[in-house]
Design a protein around this ligand. Structure first.
Ligand SMILES: CC(C)=CCC/C(C)=C/CC/C(C)=C/CC/C(C)=C/CC/C(C)=C/CC/C(C)=C/CC/C(C)=C/COP(=O)(O)OP(=O)(O)O
Ligand SMILES: O=P(O)(O)OC[C@@H](O)CO
Ligand SMILES: [Mg+2]
Length: 234
């Protein structure tokens, strides 16, 4: 299923982190809607290619979330391109994107490319530091970014990013209410099925990343928040 509008749950795998073949198979066959390959630091083309080849043994949709121009490679089902709406450096909003389109424009298949408007809210996460994101935002300011993503820029995805920290459920609920068409991704600190269920009530898609590397069994359980999968398991 390559239509991210239908997704509810995805795992984000970091090419810079170790995962055994057995665990990778369990993740890919878990019933999750897709695997996103992405991370902030230590990402090399070699590591991306290796992880892509290992995921490709399974039928789950496989997405590259592009974090640098040097690590883009053909072979993924979709390419998610972050633009950090609350970055204070234009490089992370349109700068690198401009360079990439200059370099790859002629070979880019726009049907496979999906823009993500990020709002990063955990000041301590690597992505916030790298992009110099202004995380000191009121709820109204976050909502304004969501509305800009949808109404001004017509971005298909708005991504509330708390990487490494469980976020503010009420804010996620209010952001969701402010969106009509743009799909709301929530990622950050989901490590139990209870948290997965709580965020799923509001976000369209929840993203589980670090928990895979920290408590594999609990991370795996987060898939079961999806009634489609829970039903199969009953
Ligand atoms: C033939 C061919 C090569 C086809 C492909 C064509 C194609 C798709 C070309 C790409 C074109 C393009 C426009 C590329 C974009 C260029 C680019 C580098 C944009 C910038 C992206 C960006 C803003 C990156 C910043 C880092 C970031 C926000 C990454 C997102 C992932 C994220 C938030 C991870 C969370 O952090 P994590 O690493 O998990 O943290 P921990 O390690 O602490 O867990
Ligand atoms: O790693 P965690 O905290 O689960 O966050 C998931 C994802 O949003 C990271 O980009
Ligand atoms: Mg991570």
């Amino acid at each position: 299923m390559y239509d991210f509008r239908e997704w509810r749950h995805v795992f984000k795998l970091d090419p810079n982190k170790e995962l055994s073949d057995e665990r990778l198979e369990t993740i890919c066959e878990s019933g999750t809607d897709a695997i996103i390959v992405g991370g902030t630091d230590g990402i090399t083309l070699e590591k991306v290619l290796d992880l892509m080849a290992r995921i490709r043994r399974f039928s789950v949709p496989c997405v590259l979330e592009v974090s640098s121009i040097d690590t883009v490679t053909p072979g993924f089902d979709l390419y998610f391109i972050p633009t950090i709406l609350n970055s204070s450096d234009t490089k992370w909003i349109t700068g690198l994107h401009h360079e990439a389109v200059k370099e790859f424009g002629a070979v880019m298949d726009w049907e496979e490319i999906v823009m993500e408007g990020y709002c990063i809210l955990n000041e301590d996460c690597k992505a916030a530091k790298l992009t110099n994101a202004n995380t000191n935002l009121t709820n109204d300011e976050v909502i304004a970014y969501a509305v800009m993503a949808e109404k001004m820029f017509q971005l298909p995805i708005f991504y509330l990013e708390y990487s490494g920290k469980y976020g503010d459920v009420e804010l996620v609920e209010n952001v969701k209410k402010s969106l009509e068409k743009t799909v709301l991704f929530y990622g950050g600190g989901i490590s139990t099925i209870e948290q997965a269920k709580e965020m799923t009530k509001h976000a369209d898609v929840i993203v589980v990343g670090n928990a895979i590397y920290e408590n594999f069994e609990l991370a795996l359980e987060t898939v079961k928040m999806d009634p489609r999968i829970a039903k199969i398991e009953k």
